[in-house]
Design a protein around this ligand. Structure first.
Ligand SMILES: *Cc1c(COP(=O)(O)O)cnc(C)c1O
Length: 401
């Protein structure tokens, strides 16, 4: 991909000129395709939460700079949520920080905690902002690859590979569970092994849990901060975007020990300083919704997952049924060498809009070891059921002969 930024962009960011999402969303528009590339819901979240934002705007709450750490009502709601769901107790004044989405939380955390030359271990494939933020911090990313298990059911972490990746320069482990794009939810056993490694090698752990409420079947979300020895070394990142289907509001947060949170706040104050004033008040109300809201969200996404997974299977893809998130990763190789472009997911995704009228994202862009991700593509299922049914039908027509 050539980028118009090329002659100006500094060396740290040169490899991040443009994202695949811009290219694929443009393709979706020019071909009139169903866009299952970018992960945003096509229906807004709960009416009462939207009304809470309107009320905050009208009442003049948050229209001027809110407090740097976030409005007190929201910090309290975040602390209550962590206690109610996970038994984690945080002081809203010293251990909670509101950010401009999880994106800023990730950036501020990495910019605050890393020295140039530090190594960061991240699970590959990884969310695209991780690599860019590690680079902006002048640090080095060390990917540990999640690979399909023998049954081709789930992408799993090789704990030996993780252990071997730690060096004297490793400063932190950056993990994401439930994991985008693979849909893997790390198990308590895997997370316990990660925690033991972090304690043994005295590493910080940054954990991106924006899909904490989208966990299906028998899987359970285990926040790493709940494990022995972890609370004081873990920065936990959350967001309202995915949980309440308001991705444009950009309300995220960080919880952790006072030392870690105040370090992150030091970086955050020079990024946005503050953001999303009235929306912070609305999210405070949203986090206090009864369990029935979160259960209904999960049930709704689970039904959508099953519609899309069944459609992909019927079209001839091999599907990794996600235990969490709103993405499904599929292997294109069973479509055959011609249709799968010899298992090249990038070529496949560039051809897919013309071929089937559907847009997907090639997982290879989320890897340093691109060959490890080559045959996998990601579809988002946070869309209305009729949209998913239509996409499934188009894929079946294009591929199932
Ligand atoms: C969407 C997403 C984010 C960004 O969340 P925002 O709150 O919209 O900034 C961060 N991490 C992962 C894994 C995501 O999928």
């Amino acid at each position: 991909m050539t980028s118009p930024a090329r002659p100006f962009l500094n060396r740290r960011l040169a490899e991040f000129g443009t994202t695949i999402f811009a290219e694929m969303s443009a393709l979706a528009t020019t071909t009139g395709s169903i866009n299952l590339g970018q992960g945003f819901p096509d229906a807004d979240g709960p009416e009462e939460v939207r009304e809470a934002a309107v009320r905050a705007l009208r009442d003049g709450r948050g229209n001027q700079y809110p407090p740097g750490p976030g409005v007190p009502e929201l910090r309290t709601a975040i602390a209550d949520h962590q206690l109610r769901r996970y038994g984690l107790s945080f002081d809203p004044d010293t251990e909670v920080l509101v950010t401009a989405g999880a994106t800023e939380a990730i950036a501020a955390t990495l910019l605050a905690l890393l020295e140039p030359g530090d190594e960061v271990i991240a699970l590959e494939p990884y969310y695209d902002s991780y690599a860019a933020c590690i680079a902006m911090a002048g640090a080095t990313r060390v990917p540990v690859t999640l690979r399909p298990d023998a049954e081709q059911e789930r992408f799993r972490l090789d704990l030996d590979e993780l252990r071997d990746a730690v060096t004297d320069r490793t400063r932190l482990l950056l993990i994401n569970t439930p994991h985008n794009p693979t849909g893997t939810v790390l198990t308590r056993e895997e997370l316990t092994a990660i925690a033991e490694l972090a304690v043994e090698r005295d590493l910080l752990v940054v954990t991106d849990e924006v899909y904490e409420h989208l966990v299906f079947d028998e899987a359970a979300h285990v926040p790493p901060a709940t494990l022995p020895g972890m609370r004081e070394r873990t920065v936990t990142i959350g967001s309202a975007g995915k949980t309440f289907s308001f991705t444009g509001w950009k309300v995220g947060w960080v919880t952790g020990s006072p030392g870690l949170v105040s370090a992150v706040r030091s970086a955050k104050q020079f990024l946005t300083y503050v953001a999303s004033g009235p929306f912070q008040h609305a999210v405070a109300e949203a986090l206090a919704l009864p369990d029935s809201y979160f259960d209904a969200l999960r049930a709704d996404m689970l039904a959508k997952r099953d519609v899309l997974a069944a459609g992909l299977t019927a079209a001839g893809f091999e599907v990794f049924r996600p235990a969490g998130t709103y993405f499904v990763t599929a292997d294109i190789r069973p479509l055959g060498p011609e249709l799968s472009r010899n298992g090249d997911g990038l070529a496949f995704c560039r051809a897919l809009p013309e071929l089937a009228g559907v847009v997907a994202i090639p997982n290879a862009v989320f890897y340093d070891h691109r060959e490890a991700g080559a045959p996998f593509v990601r579809f988002a299922f946070c869309k209305r059921t009729e949209v998913l049914t239509e996409a499934a039908e188009r894929l079946r027509k294009a591929f199932a002969h």
